[in-house]
Design a protein around this ligand. Structure first.
Ligand code: SAH
Length: 346
């Protein structure tokens, strides 16, 4: 039986150095290979041209490079690009490139499917199959950086963990990927240009705060009233708003980083005065801003975007209370690339 080869990118630099030292080579060879794997995103050992042929075939015997493959790329009429990304075990996730006049943002996935059950989100209808590895997250970013250079003549500028999955339920791998993305030995991007978005896992928010992470935090709030939030995001019964709030205060005290709340206003669900007032109150626990995002219908008509008047009421009330609000229009709707639409349809 053939022994399953190890994914070389699961090794740290130190482990790679030790591997070479153990195989009668210089530990420094580990640095060179590491650079090929991460900074240069080599897809094969043969691409490592400053490594001898013998060493390359020795690597080939011991390891694989499980690179992702962009199976299909779709372009929206607004310039948004969606990649269907095939993983080494043939599972597929999606990532999105969102261009504006001044930036290119990559929206990346952290899991195959999702274990949460937000009733308005298409991804929740896919079973969570597994967590993505750090290199699979990193590769999504590299693929989008390449597309940004190719189609928009500039490098990627921002990253949001708002694709498929709940990043805080794949915490270790997401953090490892961000380490690589921000390290000079990887992409060297500033952590300030990265946002991790969560449905709200209090224990993990506290853990991130304790680790003094430097990236931004967004929370998909959608309601500041437990009863309502549980009816649309059932896991709120397990992680109620009181615990979420407490973890966010903890986050702010440790990091001094303002929190972004993502919020969709739906007709008959949270388009009332009481709902806005609850949100205003919630926003006062820790410095924050609110992103009112447009609802992207996912099919059955159970959820409807609230009226313009309701959205204006939200905007005015929040602003009157000194809270920054942005109203975000969807991008990439025509190719099912907008928030909540990632479901491997094609
Ligand atoms: N699990 C994480 C990451 C997903 S981010 C989180 O919940 O934050 C995806 C964002 O899109 C979340 O803010 C989510 O609440 C929002 N969203 C989901 N379905 C949507 C839909 N149909 N229309 C608009 N936004 C949606």
């Amino acid at each position: 039986m053939e022994i399953k080869k190890k994914d070389i990118r699961a090794l740290t630099k130190e482990q790679l150095r030790a591997f070479f030292a153990d195989h009668g080579d210089k530990a420094f060879r580990g640095n060179q290979v590491y650079e090929w794997l991460w900074q240069k995103s080599a897809h094969s050992f043969d691409a490592m041209t400053n490594i001898s042929k013998e060493t390359r075939s020795m690597l080939e015997e011991n390891f694989v490079i499980n690179h992702i493959k962009v199976d299909q790329m779709q372009r929206s009429s607004d310039g948004t690009i969606k990649n269907a990304v095939r993983l080494h075990d043939d599972l597929v996730v999606e990532s999105v490139l969102i261009p504006t006049d001044t930036r290119t943002t990559a929206c990346v996935s952290s899991q195959v499917g999702c274990s949460l059950d937000c009733r308005f989100c298409a991804t929740s209808r896919l079973k969570r199959m597994r967590n993505l590895n750090p290199d699979e997250i990193y590769d999504q970013v590299v693929a989008i950086d390449n597309e940004s250079r190719l189609y928009f003549d500039r490098p990627l500028s921002n990253i949001v963990f708002m694709g498929m999955g709940e990043p805080l339920m794949n915490y270790n791998n997401v953090l490892k990927a961000i380490d690589k993305i921000t390290s000079p030995e990887g992409l060297g991007m500033s952590p300030k240009r990265i946002i991790v978005s969560t449905s709200g896992v209090p224990k993990m928010i506290k853990k991130m705060a304790d680790e003094e992470v430097k990236f931004g935090l967004a929370v998909s709030l959608h309601s500041a009233i437990d009863e309502v939030r549980t009816s649309i995001m059932p896991f709120n019964a397990t992680f109620p708003l009181k615990d979420l709030r407490e973890s966010l205060e903890y986050w702010y005290n440790k990091t001094k980083n303002r929190i972004t709340y993502e919020y969709v206003v739906w007709e008959g669900i949270n388009d009332t005065k009481d709902a806005v007032e609850a949100l205003v109150k919630f926003c006062k626990f820790a410095p924050s801003k609110v992103n009112l995002i447009e609802y992207n219908p996912i099919d059955d008509g159970e959820f409807q975007q609230a009226s313009n008047a309701a959205i204006a009421m939200y905007k005015n009330t929040l602003e009157r209370n000194g809270i920054t609000v942005t109203v975000r229009r969807s991008r990439g709707k025509d190719i099912d690339a907008a928030c909540g639409q990632l479901a491997n349809k094609s």
